[in-house]
Design a protein around this ligand. Structure first.
Ligand SMILES: [Zn+2]
Length: 458
């Protein structure tokens, strides 16, 4: 494990030696790095546990490409962060996640707190050590998991009340406890406990939740014990209400944080409302700091939200869909269970460099997906590699100021000439009009459909 050895700060080395070693390590293990080095950042936001340097801004859209220096890793943004529920990605080792070019991964506080539990993680010296992951970690507050998984969750001003599914005991998760647990886990970025309501609900409950989330944010800030080694991110709430979103974002920027999250979306709301909420939030949240849109992972959403100025994403989708034998490709996904692959001796994607595409055929994968663990494992590897490659392409296009052309090429490949209307609307907002033909004659016609499955047939 050469990475672990060179990355750990050794007291015997000077600052300069450390940064040159760090640079070498990053060059070895993170692809695309040379697109950044030698350039001077356009802006720097410097906090004890997070330095955010913007290296390029798209001259048309709100997209930007940046380096985010965290205590455990320098991540390149925009980035996708895979979710590892119990500190492990289903079927993948941390070494494989490094090889797949993952910069930051997500841990679920609720699951980690229940099992193995705070005491064990504390004894192990934090989750980085416990799971042998040397790079960036982000943990959620635990609140969302409870509200979405547990029927018995009840929210009061004090916190989230719930029944522990492991032993049936009544429990209360307060902002203070969520932060205490996240301080023990030791992730580079930790999230405030917020009052989560479904994005399908409207009315006074949404307003109450937005205001309560701000009050809980202040309690989280007070309880946070490691501000020099861990970043607390606040979450913009306000449902699908423009005014509430604005109030929430404005309240948050009055306080001093190293980065921001946009929450309460991707819960089945109309996509035309989804992108508008993202756009309002990125208009208000300071441009010099990272912005994280929670729960987003479809490739077209990543391309659109990056154009709206989002830097970070997470989603269970790539690994969850792998379990059903669906392999992600630029045109959508290959349903490997389908009989039409039984004699198809091509890889999932000829242009993909992942282990699965180098060594296995669609015919083999067809015979093992959904039946054998190895099938899920191999498709997960490919799907994460796909997300990482997409994000590398997005970053390269922004750094070379050709993001609008990239968006058009992507949409053409993904949807052909019929593109969901919300995407056309969102891109128009940032001056990319898919309904006007480009040099190559590509022009898109809007379709009133939020998600086009895009099952590709090749
Ligand atoms: Zn692959």
């Amino acid at each position: 494990m050469p990475f672990a050895k060179t990355h750990i700060h050794s007291p015997a080395l000077s600052e300069e030696q450390i940064s040159s070693k760090k640079l070498k390590t990053e060059n070895l293990l993170s692809k695309n790095t040379d697109l950044y080095y030698g350039k001077t950042p356009l802006s720097v936001s410097d906090y004890p546990a997070l330095k955010f340097e913007i290296y390029a801004k798209c001259s048309t859209t709100k997209a930007r490409a940046s380096l985010m220096h965290l205590p455990h890793h320098t991540a390149q943004t925009p980035m996708f962060m895979p979710v590892g529920t119990l500190g492990t990605m289903k079927g993948l080792t941390t070494r494989q996640l490094q090889d797949l070019d993952c910069h930051v991964i997500l841990g679920n506080t609720y699951h980690l707190g229940s099992k193995p539990g705070q005491e064990i993680i504390e004894k192990a010296g934090g989750l980085h050590n416990f799971m042998n992951w040397p790079r960036g970690l982000l943990t959620d507050s635990g609140g969302f998991q409870m509200v979405s998984l547990l029927k018995l969750a009840n929210i009061t001003e004090e916190g989230v009340e719930f029944e522990n599914p492991y032993d049936g005991q009544k429990m209360l998760l307060t902002p203070e406890e969520s932060i205490g647990l996240q301080n023990t886990i030791g992730a580079d970025i930790i999230m405030q406990l917020d009052d989560v309501v479904s994005s399908l609900i409207s009315g006074p409950r949404v307003e109450e939740a937005m205001h309560r989330s701000i009050r809980w944010l202040d309690r989280c800030t007070k309880a946070h014990k490691n501000p020099t080694t861990q970043n607390l991110f606040p979450i913009v709430q306000g449902g699908l209400d423009v005014n509430l979103r604005k109030i929430s974002a404005e309240e948050i920027i009055k306080r001093d944080f190293s980065g921001y999250a946009i929450g309460g979306l991707s819960g089945g709301e109309a996509k035309d409302q989804f992108w508008r909420m993202v756009n309002i939030s990125t208009d208000i949240l300071e441009e010099t700091k990272p912005r994280y849109c929670m729960g987003v992972g479809y490739s077209e959403d990543l391309v659109v939200c990056s154009a709206l100025g989002v830097d970070m994403y997470d989603c269970v989708f790539p690994t969850r869909t792998a379990r059903f034998g669906n392999a992600l490709v630029m045109g959508g996904s290959l349903l490997l269970r389908s009989g039409k692959y039984d004699k198809d001796f091509r890889p999932i994607d000829e242009n993909c460099e992942c282990l699965t595409c180098r060594k296995y055929t669609r015919a083999y994968l067809h015979s093992v997906v959904t039946k054998e663990n190895v099938g899920c494992h191999l498709v997960s590897i490919h799907n994460i590699a796909f997300q990482m490659r997409l994000m590398r392409e997005i970053r390269a296009a922004i750094l070379e100021d050709r993001y609008p052309e990239y968006i058009r090429k992507f949409m053409k490949k993904r949807f052909g000439s019929q593109v969901p209307r919300w995407i056309i609307n969102a891109l128009k907002e940032v001056k990319v009009d898919l309904t006007i033909a480009d040099n190559e004659g590509y022009v898109a016609e809007p379709v009133d459909q939020d998600v086009i499955k895009g099952v590709v047939d090749d």
